[in-house]
Design a binder for this molecule. Structure first.
Ligand SMILES: Cc1cc2nc3c(=O)[nH]c(=O)nc-3n(C[C@H](O)[C@H](O)[C@H](O)COP(=O)(O)OP(=O)(O)OC[C@H]3O[C@@H](n4cnc5c(N)ncnc54)[C@H](O)[C@@H]3O)c2cc1C
Length: 402
């Protein structure tokens, strides 16, 4: 039996396990510091109050019990990798491995050079940060509602970073506030959403079709877009731009960049400026240590860096699972290659803009349905395992969750 340890129960980690589970020569261990898998791709809906907690957080223990063969789930943070001894360490124990898959993802990069952002900005890469924004915003609406507020005090929600997550949050927030404005009228009066980015356009690097149609939708939703707006600093109520403009805010969400989660180790592994592991063409940083997803810089066969997305995390996971299966049979892994199949941007309510396989371009309700199909099929797959795992745990333990 070969022991494979996966660190991180995100999109990459779970996909790697799904691809290794049928190999009877492998014993699988999953480590995550949290008890749940966080569906970051749905965070925009949770933040805006459209989705519930159970839509974005799924129990990892139940998921691990949902397979025919057991997967050992250890809810602990891995604090050290000893590549020479082939062990990982948590606060309480040391575990040995034959193959290690590092799938630790990334967190929001609040950028040290933007003074105050770390203190005043909400992030969305961690559930507690999304939850913290959601509850603060709902609390404010609630207070305005029960106090019968008719004041004209402006509430500015500023979203820093007009990449995929920033755009999705701005659109969904705007859509939800529009809905609220009919039911709880005065409480939503004077709420303005600002989407701010230092680049020339929103969604920098994406195709003109996606950029233009997203911009039209944001305009229709009443989102104020500020491009070429470089945030220099933030204090408790004002955003200061490099060109000396200022913007008062009530809430600041920052989605301007990511910083990879790495783990201390006996060897100083090479990393890029986003703290991502720099791996070789087989996704390895050491003979038996693979990296997948947001925690590493992933390149295709033409040496082009691929975007840190769930889609690429899953593709790298499938590749690494196949490589490990091959290595157990003494086969040498081939270099990794992948391409982005497409991208859908959720733009509030039943509206999206997307491209698939480079030639299908779609917007509006059809794009929304396609996006929903992709996310639902992912969610349902996890949910089936979760239900099976839950049943197993309760039946084995006579009605009480083990
Ligand atoms: C609002 C938003 C919308 C997005 N929309 C899309 C989209 O439409 N399409 C798309 O493809 N991508 C999208 N993304 C990006 C996507 O969510 C990420 O690329 C994806 O989550 C990366 O997966 P991962 O497995 O690398 O890491 P993650 O999903 O971040 O998982 C990492 C896991 O590792 C665990 N961990 C970290 N360090 C340790 C440690 N030391 N010990 C134990 N556990 C640890 C964490 O708890 C976490 O569970 C979106 C992101 C956001 C924020």
């Amino acid at each position: 039996m070969k022991k494979v340890i996966v660190i991180g129960g995100g999109y990459g980690g779970l996909r790697a396990i799904e691809h290794l589970i049928n190999n009877k020569k492998i014993e699988l261990y999953l480590f995550d510091e949290n008890s749940y898998h966080y569906l970051q791709t749905e965070a925009y809906g949770y933040i805006a109050g459209r989705f519930d907690l159970h839509d974005v957080a799924l129990d990892l223990k139940n998921w691990c019990h949902g397979f025919k063969r057991p997967i050992t789930f250890i809810q602990e943070k891995v604090e050290f990798i000893d590549s020479s001894k082939q062990t990982v360490q948590t606060k309480t124990s040391t575990f040995d491995y034959d193959y290690l898959i590092v799938a630790t993802g990334a967190r929001t990069n609040f950028f040290d050079f933007i003074s105050g952002m770390d203190t005043y900005g909400f992030g969305v890469k961690k559930l507690f940060r999304s939850h913290s924004f959601r509850t603060s915003f709902e609390e404010l609406l609630y207070k305005k509602l029960v106090n019968g507020s008719t004041s004209n005090e402006k509430i500015n929600l500023v979203i820093g970073g007009a990449g995929l997550s920033g755009v999705e949050i701005a659109a969904e927030m705007s859509n939800v506030i529009k809905k609220h404005s009919k039911s709880i009228a005065d409480a939503t009066k004077e709420i303005q959403i600002y989407l701010v980015d230092a680049s020339d356009t929103i969604l920098p690097g994406m195709s003109p079709y996606i950029i233009q149609n997203t911009q039209v939708r944001l305009d229709n939703l009443g989102v104020n877009t500020l491009t070429k707006a470089f945030i220099e600093s933030v204090d408790s109520d004002t955003v200061y731009f490099k060109d000396k403009r200022e913007l008062k805010y009530t809430f600041m969400i920052f989605t301007g960049g990511i910083l990879a989660n790495s783990i201390d180790s006996d060897i100083e592994f090479q990393k890029n400026r986003l703290n991502q592991y720099i791996c070789d063409s087989t996704q390895r940083i050491a003979e038996n240590i693979f990296t997948i997803g947001d925690c590493c810089e992933i390149r295709n066969k033409n040496n082009i860096i691929l975007p840190p997305t769930a889609q690429i995390a899953e593709k790298s996971a499938e590749y690494v699972a196949d490589s490990i299966t091959g290595m157990i049979l003494n086969q040498k892994p081939k270099p990794f290659d992948a391409k982005v199949d497409g991208l859908f941007v959720a733009l509030g309510g039943n509206y999206a803009v997307g491209e698939l396989f480079g030639f299908i371009k779609t917007k509006g309700y059809i794009a929304y349905i396609l996006k929903k199909l992709i996310t639902k099929s992912y969610y349902i797959g996890l949910k089936l395992r979760l239900n099976t795992g839950f049943k197993k745990r309760t039946i084995l333990n006579k009605g009480v969750l083990s």
